[in-house]
Design a protein around this ligand. Structure first.
Ligand SMILES: Nc1ncnc2c1ncn2[C@@H]1O[C@H](COS(=O)(=O)NC(=O)[C@@H](N)CS)[C@@H](O)[C@H]1O
Length: 506
């Protein structure tokens, strides 16, 4: 049974006081992680601390420190994003814009003001000098970028223009903040902003954005649900919002992990972003913007983790393979020699490999790397050397395989691919089991009442209908219209036989 006493993530993890004897089996090494199924939110707070992802004890609510190991995961996450955005057929250009927004400029677009007035931070002084114009800390960068873009775009030859920036954002989240999930300083915010000649080009860009987000989350093995948000949940100033949600197995709540907005011409009219068309007329550009944040890392942790810690997909893991020498008296030198040689071999092969030669028991090493979700552990001891083999243990599925050293490179390459796919498949299967489809509203409410998760029901799309349905169950919230019913994402939308809203029967 797991040690139920869990360390509050407020205190540094206590070093186990008693001497851990050589032959300690893992169970005696205090795994202080809460059980992921019994107490997911405690597990989540503990794992990001114990696996050295984030230290969230900074004395400002909603702000935390990316620690070394977490920073490497974050860097891989951003690398995946940049590789995709920099290599679209018409590449996105990465840029960097100012953080501070003069008040009048921020207030120019009325929807943004309405949508963000409760969340925006203001700077009022420069040193001891009160500022004559208050400055907003960017909660998102439409009002920062668009006055500049208006200077850049003149002609249809300047279009399409695709840009993005990766920076920090500030949102005064009133609700309870949570590390990586609901923060006040968003530290890993990628926002793409694109500018187009026509409405059709804009819709094509929405499709490209959807495919980029699919690739990002597929690479992380993170399952998702794509919906078009209802009108009342659309990004301020956007014509419509397409959202990616990930349902966490344990909490069975959907987390919005990415959003794609078709801004139409609302912002270009406000910020006068015009271009000369091929036939010499002046026209406002059509725009999209799409944003993703550290929630990608949160979902990666949540969907793959277990009560022993993280399970990292190899693509994003800072270390893919850790070698643990199995040392016996008078055999240390021989074993270390073989381990060092094997390490060099893997390094030369391009694996992200670590040789753990710390002076602690192998049991403690197993626990240390399992907690950090390293995909593969290789054990080499005297017996393995005698048989010219290695012992291979994968993090995601229990078991140990013995592999001849000479076949090990191929075996390990294939095993990493297998782990990547199996993590994604397992997560997707569990995720999709949480989505229940029915035509009957009572059945849907009953399912959610019993299982939480998501139910799909026929719905007319009207807000008053949604409100009366949401009142039926505490916490019930409309996500939106599923992808397969969206004409912009599906050439042929499934023609359902006559179906009526399961509430108003329209
Ligand atoms: N407080 C927060 N903490 C962590 N992630 C957040 C927070 N608020 C929003 N996000 C993430 O950021 C994504 C984009 O935010 S957004 O408001 O929907 N869209 C924008 O800001 C647009 N300007 C996209 S460029 C959301 O889909 C959500 O995944």
């Amino acid at each position: 049974k797991k040690n139920k006493k869990t360390q509050s993530s407020r205190k540094p993890a206590k070093k186990t006081s008693k001497k851990v004897s050589k032959k300690t089996s893992k169970s005696k090494i205090q795994n202080t992680l809460p059980d992921i199924d019994e107490n997911f939110s405690e597990w989540f707070n503990e794992i990001i601390f114990q696996a050295e992802i984030l230290d969230y004890r900074y004395n400002l609510k909603g702000c935390g420190v990316w620690l070394g190991y977490g920073f490497k995961i974050r860097r891989k996450y951003l690398e995946i994003m940049r590789d995709l955005l920099d290599n679209t057929p018409i590449p996105h250009e990465e840029m960097l814009f100012p953080l501070l927004i003069p008040k009048d400029q921020f207030m120019k677009e009325k929807e943004t003001v309405k949508g963000f007035e409760t969340e925006v931070y203001w700077v009022t002084h420069g040193g001891l000098t009160p500022l004559d114009v208050k400055l907003a800390l960017r909660p998102t960068s439409e009002t920062v970028m668009y006055p500049m873009v208006a200077k850049w775009i003149r002609s249809h030859q300047d279009l399409p223009l695709k840009t993005y920036q990766i920076s920090n954002m500030f949102r005064f989240e009133g609700k309870n903040t949570r590390p990586l999930i609901r923060v006040r300083e968003l530290t890993t915010f990628k926002e793409a902003h694109t500018y187009h000649e026509t409405k059709e080009d804009c819709t094509d860009q929405i499709r490209e954005a959807v495919s980029i987000y699919k690739k990002i989350f597929d690479t992380l093995g993170v399952p998702y649900l794509i919906t078009q948000r209802p009108k009342w949940d659309t990004f301020p100033g956007a014509d419509y919002t397409i959202a990616f949600d990930c349902i966490f197995l344990q909490s069975r709540k959907a987390l919005q992990i990415g959003t794609i907005h078709n801004l139409g011409q609302t912002f270009s009219k406000t910020f006068d972003i015009k271009f000369e068309t091929a036939d010499g007329n002046q026209e406002y550009v059509y725009q999209t913007c799409y944003g993703i944040s550290e929630r990608g890392v949160a979902s990666l942790i949540a969907v793959h983790g277990d009560s022993n810690g993280l399970k990292l997909p190899p693509v994003v893991a800072p270390i893919e393979i850790v070698i643990v020498p199995i040392l016996f008296k008078n055999k240390e030198d021989e074993v270390m020699k073989v381990c060092n040689e094997f390490y060099d071999k893997l390094k030369k092969e391009g694996f992200k490999v670590r040789l753990d030669n710390r002076k602690i028991s192998s049991g403690r090493k197993y626990f240390h790397w399992e907690l950090r979700g390293i995909p593969i552990r290789v054990e080499i001891g005297p017996k393995d050397i005698a048989k010219n083999q290695i012992a291979v243990v994968r993090r995601d599925i229990k078991g140990k395989e013995f592999v001849p050293i000479d076949d090990s490179i191929n075996y390990l390459h294939n095993l990493l691919k297998d782990i990547q796919q199996s993590l994604q498949k397992t997560a997707k299967k569990r995720h999709d089991e949480l989505i229940f489809r029915t035509n009957d509203l009572e059945e849907a409410i009953d399912f959610i009442d019993k299982n939480k998760g998501i139910a799909e029901i026929p719905f007319c799309g009207e807000e008053d209908c949604a409100e009366s349905i949401e009142k039926r169950l505490d916490g019930l919230k409309f996500l939106g219209i599923p992808e397969r019913y969206l004409p912009i994402l599906n050439k042929r939308v499934k023609k359902e036989k006559e179906i009526y809203c399961s509430h108003c029967m329209k």
